[in-house]
Design a protein around this ligand. Sequence first.
Ligand code: FES
Length: 255
Amino acid sequence: MSKMIVKAPVVQQREIAKSVYQLTLHSPELTQQAVPGQFIHLRVTENYQPLLRRPLSISSVNRDAGTLSTIYRIVGQGTMQLSTFKTDAIIDCMGPLGKGFDLQCHTPLLIGGGMGLAPLVFLAQRLCPRPLEILMGGRNEQELFWQTVYRDICDKIHITTDDGSLGRRGFTVDILPDLLDKGTFDRIYACGPRPMLEAIAAIAKQFAIPCQVSLEEHMACGVGACLSCTCAGTDGKRRKVCTDGPVFWAGEVFG
Ligand code: FES
């Protein structure tokens, strides 16, 4: 699968929660190739300040309309600048990048923590019409605006919040063993903070359920050249998250 650089017009940019934006770009070329789990790398200014592109996961694709969306939180100068792009502005966009999810399953469970829920939207769309359950976690009710995003795609939504303001108080991994006990899941897909993914990988192993994780690492080049995104594999070799991932089988990166 080949990557490309396109000048993509902004179709829509809207704030969907506090400091969280959904950006929709028009690029029939990218939408034809993109698969769930991949990301795009956006140049947010013409004057190279900030210098580096911003890697953002693809959160949905509409092939008929030739559009793709990403959902991001403002966390620094780059994403702040990105949020100022209005309809019809042109964004220099490289993609689709990285390796996506393996879709060979019948009864998947999706698990997302915080902004890790962004790439799973595209995955959920592609997994339909399989029966879909999702377990989502966040700090509080405000962070879990995601339930409105997933309401029409998933059959069942399980929620945890750190403060108990929505769903069960605690972390996703607190209720995961119970869900796996009661369910008949043949695949787990997870994205979120690394400690959460590590705990999910351990539980999935215990239940002998194949698990794929999407890692969120700091990235610079996005194409395997700078080594800024490497992580240790369980075989002792380094993995580049941008090109070997960001999606890995859990056993590749967690013991
Ligand atoms: Fe440069 Fe991965 S971001 S090698």
